[in-house]
Write a protein that binds this ligand. Structure first.
Ligand SMILES: Cc1cc2nc3c(=O)[nH]c(=O)nc-3n(C[C@H](O)[C@H](O)[C@H](O)COP(=O)(O)OP(=O)(O)OC[C@H]3O[C@@H](n4cnc5c(N)ncnc54)[C@H](O)[C@@H]3O)c2cc1C
Length: 310
């Protein structure tokens, strides 16, 4: 072996070591590289009385091979979740299913996944990505929802349009996960100050809890919407609203990212609330985590805080 090769090897070893170290850190956020890692994390979630939301990492996919592999992965995952009796659902990103290539390609792949979800009786969330995909994502959702009611879509309180989107979605009985929004957006279309994003979240929460769900009240435990935030003030406000709302405690859920606010998750379960944990996995964990951290300084704060607490 020549010196260059040896240097090459030590460089690779260093890289692998760093990657392994980083993976150890990020394991708070992501389950691991393989489906099996995600299923183990989901099981441990279920043991704690929480539901699991499994997401195969990846976004902005433009290679057809990768897009097909992602679609197959979700189809296999649904089968495994059923076989392993996981109490949970999946959450998919349209841009990982081909939306960056064409709407039709994404719709075709989403349809295959929904076929699997129907077969195995699993709920499907459609994540919301940056504002360039909002219209397409809502359209994909509305098309899919007419086929399969056990499907939900995400709205971001950071976007100025979200109140009107929510009104429309509520009219058709859609299921919505409310988040603040993980993407940096332009001030013309988005609230950029944290207090404004929070105020809009409160307004949207009021709309969700104020909606009349009387048709299903007490009849089933079907999910109507999700409150996905780690923000104590917003969670307290949602709890307050839930006390006077016309929906049952099991008709909405609190959703958290894996590894964050584990104590609060436990407390909410003990109080009888429905709690779900979002568990990402897959070989894209490194770019995913780096992007998440780069996108918003608050995400770095979130990771640091949960690491210190653990
Ligand atoms: C289940 C789930 C699904 C999501 N899906 C999407 C999606 O599809 N699209 C999208 O754009 N975004 C999504 N997000 C991300 C979301 O938009 C936010 O970027 C992310 O949740 C951070 O905002 P936050 O409201 O949780 O809290 P932040 O505004 O980051 O923090 C609010 C407050 O929470 C408290 N807090 C945070 N972490 C801790 C901690 N470890 N310990 C104690 N207190 C803490 C602190 O008081 C902090 O000030 C999702 C989030 C979750 C939880």
């Amino acid at each position: 072996m020549n010196v260059n090769n040896q240097l090459g090897h030590s460089h690779t070893n260093n890289y692998l070591l760093k990657e392994r170290l980083l993976m150890k850190l990020v394991k708070k956020w992501a389950a691991g590289q393989h489906m099996q890692d995600a299923l183990i994390a989901a099981k441990s979630c279920n043991i704690k009385g929480q539901k699991a939301i499994l997401n195969y990492l990846g976004e902005d996919n433009t290679e057809e091979e990768r897009i097909n592999r992602t679609t197959k992965e979700y189809c296999n995952l649904l089968e495994r979740m059923h076989a392993d009796q996981i109490d949970g659902c999946i959450s998919v990103k349209p841009s990982q299913l081909g939306l960056c290539i064409s709407y039709d390609l994404c719709r075709k792949n989403l349809k295959s996944i929904i076929n699997g979800a129907i077969k195995f009786g699993v709920f499907v969330w459609i994540d919301m990505e940056s504002s360039k995909h909002t219209d397409d994502t809502l359209m994909l959702y509305l098309e899919s929802f007419t086929r399969y009611p056990e499907i939900g879509v995400v709205l971001q309180s950071a976007l100025r349009r979200s109140a009107s989107d929510l009104l429309h979605l509520m009219e058709v009985g859609a299921k919505v996960r409310l988040v603040k929004g993980a993407y940096n957006e332009n001030e013309q279309i988005a609230f950029v100050h944290h207090e404004e994003i929070k105020a809009n979240y409160i307004k949207l929460l009021g709309m969700l809890f104020g909606r009349n769900y009387m048709n299903n009240k007490g009849v089933d435990n079907a999910l109507k919407f999700a409150v996905a935030t780690h923000d104590s003030k917003l969670i307290e406000y949602a709890i307050k609203l839930s006390k006077t709302a016309k929906i049952g405690i099991k008709n909405f859920e609190f959703e958290f990212l894996k590894g964050i606010r584990d104590g609060l998750k436990r407390d909410l379960v003990e109080e009888g609330f429905r709690v779900a944990e979002y568990i990402p996995y897959g070989d894209e964990w490194l770019p995913y985590s780096v992007r998440r951290l780069r996108e918003r300084k608050r995400n770095l704060f979130l990771l640091a805080r949960s690491l210190v607490q653990s």
